[in-house]
Design a protein around this ligand. Structure first.
Ligand code: PLP
Length: 409
């Protein structure tokens, strides 16, 4: 007979804390102390000393020529889209299953996010759906490397190049990930990363845009630094740029330089643990794993997604499964993201405001794969749990086994 589950009044399997995030040591403190002493704290002149060093190191790690730091991942996306030439009324094709910021960045410049369904095997954008959504107003495709998977960049680049579209990669989840030997963010025309507190590298907040293109680099810089050109920029490269101040501080850049030093070892550690978990869960009926494309030469990832199949467990919902896991002490989430068109951002047609929002509202949008993932199947385990030791990973596996065994038909 299986043990009584904690959700049914039994004892929780684990009470101990999970590994905490962010990870830091004396090196971050030293970096901050050094910046304080210089008195050179801000982002101006841009890029400032620490920001320039960090941007170069981060870009080169991912195989990109240039990096421009920003205040956040959202502003990195906004800068990248603007640099790509996206303007009000243009359409930007993106996956329905992502964080709302992916869409908000486009909306903020008056562009129209066009949501397409995800590939049911990877939960990243389906390139065929992206191609079908192209209209004469489409300016860019915005793949998101979601969770621990990289979007099919070969197909996306092929579609985009054939139709003269820009590609902006949303890499907020994928620091240190490589597709066919190429760092994420350096495959499309531009790649945007976030350094928000929960991300794989963090300075509390921050972001960066990578590119290999001289003109795009100059435009990104101008959008981050109030429209200014750097001495080496030719005026034509950043013509007509109405820039904001999206600069990063020297404090953030100093911390990020240390976080980047730690990234390779952390990626290796997490990914080894994810392989162990995948192998263990693969053998459990009623669960299934997302496909790891063989072109992913270095996996990485912010969260680990796997699928729960309620029909195997007599129809008990994914939400109940998630609650049962949490009662046992596993930190995990169900609908970590909802299809973005379900967000209240897109309910403007109901506000009574006298303006035709029909182009940006999504009253009839339907992406069945994204909805199934979000509302029925997804269990998301945060990345820091994979930074633990063997005993932590054993606990994750045992908790999942405990619940699935108790509910086995
Ligand atoms: C997929 C995705 N895109 C963009 C962002 C925006 O990043 P930030 O929170 O740094 O603005 C996030 C993170 O929050 C994200 O998860």
């Amino acid at each position: 007979m299986s043990e009584t589950l904690a959700v049914d009044g039994g004892a929780p399997f684990r009470r101990k804390k999970w590994p905490q995030w962010p990870v830091h040591d004396e090196r971050e403190v030293e970096g901050l102390r050094a910046v304080v002493k210089t008195g050179n704290w801000g982002g101006f002149p841009s890029p400032n000393v620490e920001a320039a060093k960090f941007a170069e190191a981060f870009a080169s790690y991912h195989g990109a020529k240039y990096g421009n730091c920003t205040a956040s991942g959202t502003t990195a996306l906004e800068v990248a889209l603007k640099a790509a030439g996206v303007e009000a009324g243009d359409e930007v094709i993106m996956p329905a299953l992502t964080f709302v910021a992916t869409a908000a960045a486009a909306l903020y410049m008056g562009a129209v996010p066009v949501f397409v369904d995800i590939d049911p095997e990877t939960w990243c954008i389906d390139p065929g759906e992206a191609e079908r959504a192209i209209t004469e107003r489409t300016k860019a495709i915005l793949p998101v490397h979601l969770g621990s998977r990289i979007a099919d960049m070969d197909s996306i680049m092929e579609v985009a190049r054939a139709r003269g579209l820009r590609v902006v990669e949303d890499c907020a989840h994928m620091h240190g990930g490589f597709w066919d030997g190429q760092g994420v963010g350096s495959i499309g025309d531009l790649g945007a990363f976030s350094f928000q507190n929960t991300k794989l590298m963090t300075a509390g907040e921050g972001g960066i845009v990578l590119t290999n293109d001289d003109d795009l680099d100059a435009r990104c810089h101008a959008y981050v630094d109030c429209g200014r050109l750097r001495p080496e920029d030719k005026p034509a490269e950043a013509q007509g740029v109405f820039g904001w101040n999206y600069r990063i501080t020297e404090f953030q850049a100093a911390i990020l330089r240390v976080q980047l030093e730690r990234l390779p070892e952390q990626v290796e550690h997490r990914e080894a643990n994810k392989v162990r978990l995948t192998n263990a869960l693969d053998g459990i009926d009623g669960l299934s794993m997302l496909k790891l494309d063989e072109r992913i030469t270095q996996p990485s990832g912010y969260g680990y997604y796997f699928r729960y199949h309620a029909d195997h467990f007599g129809g008990v919902s994914r939400d109940k499964f998630m609650v049962a896991l949490r009662h046992e002490g596993l930190l995990c989430y169900g609908a970590f993201y909802e299809p973005v068109y379900k967000d209240k951002l897109f309910a403007w047609q109901d506000t009574g405001v006298d303006y035709d929002y029909s182009r940006v509202s999504c009253p009839n949008a339907s992406c069945p794969n994204a909805e199934r993932a979000a509302y029925e199947q997804s269990i998301w385990i945060p990345h820091e749990l994979f930074l633990g030791d063997d005993a932590d990973l054993d606990d994750i596996i045992t908790i999942i086994e405990k619940v699935t065994t108790a509910w086995a038909p």
